[in-house]
Design a protein around this ligand. Structure first.
Ligand SMILES: [Zn+2]
Ligand SMILES: [Zn+2]
Length: 265
């Protein structure tokens, strides 16, 4: 396949967190360790480039005790994307590991769900349990972008360009959305935190940070419906992604991988 509605997709690894597997599931888990990896994604077409999520920086990594492996700007540049030229950033949701690096995309408009902005600035943030994954400075930075005319709101499903659509799932965060991209191998779904690990959607289990577990498990069906196959669903935090997909170029192994390429068997 080729054409203006066909995109390349790069997963850019930027962070890592070693943790017990039990921390990743409501109800725990019998495995010993299950680290999380942290990514941003570049969706690159003939005429348009989108970046999904903006990660966290070194200071936030230190604060949250997560390891910043390489800054997101370095990874995007390695993928051939200059952050200074990016015009459209999609935020899956506003958690600290998806909405930092506020000044990395000076020309970009930010696409976010109505429900996520309302959630992060409303009464639910009175509760510590719900507020924990958000950072005040990330949310304030979005409000500033809003007043600077740099935020585009979406409600539910919307098309950003032929071949690129966003779909509200909710669940893990009230306005969480995934992105469906037409590629040479079919429709790939960038799930972000709609499924942290392959195991979440494969076994129907739920990550402990959640606004609404019913929406999380219903969301797994939506991911499957949107993707050409289960092998076209890309989890948001799974170290397996770096093993299953080929490097974007020699030398970028374990850092930048191609999601529009067939996964290794
Ligand atoms: Zn999250
Ligand atoms: Zn996350």
């Amino acid at each position: 396949m080729s054409g203006e509605d066909i995109y390349d997709i790069f997963a850019v690894h930027y962070g890592h967190h070693d943790r017990p597997a039990a921390d990743n599931y409501i109800g725990g888990d019998t495995h010993d360790n299950q680290p999380l990896d942290y990514y941003v994604w570049a969706i690159v077409g003939a005429n348009k480039t989108f970046v999904l999520d903006t990660g966290f920086d070194e200071a936030m990594g230190k604060k949250r005790k997560r390891n910043l492996v390489r800054p997101i700007a370095d990874g995007l540049k390695a993928a051939g994307v200059d952050p200074a030229g990016v015009e459209d950033v999609i935020l899956s949701h506003l958690h600290y590991d998806h909405s930092g690096n506020h000044d990395a995309f000076p020309r970009a408009r930010y696409h976010v769900q109505d429900a996520e902005m309302a959630y992060a600035t409303g009464r639910c943030m009175c509760h510590g349990f719900l507020k924990t994954p958000f950072e005040e400075e990330d949310v304030v930075a979005m409000v500033r972008k809003l007043y600077a005319g740099r935020v585009k709101f979406h409600d539910g499903a919307s098309e950003l360009a032929p071949g690129v659509t966003m779909h509200k799932i909710g669940g893990h965060s009230k306005g969480l959305q995934c992105v469906r991209v037409k590629t040479r191998r079919g429709y790939v779904v960038l799930a972000s935190d709609c499924t942290h690990l392959y195991r979440h959607f494969e076994t129907g289990r739920v990550f402990p940070t959640t606004y609404n577990p019913a929406e999380v498990v219903e969301g797994y069906d939506t991911l499957r419906r949107l993707a050409t196959s289960d092998a076209h669903v890309v989890p948001g935090h799974d170290p397996e992604v770096l093993k299953r997909y080929p490097a974007a170029k020699p030398g970028l192994e374990g850092w930048v991988v191609r999601l529009d390429a067939d996964p290794k068997q």
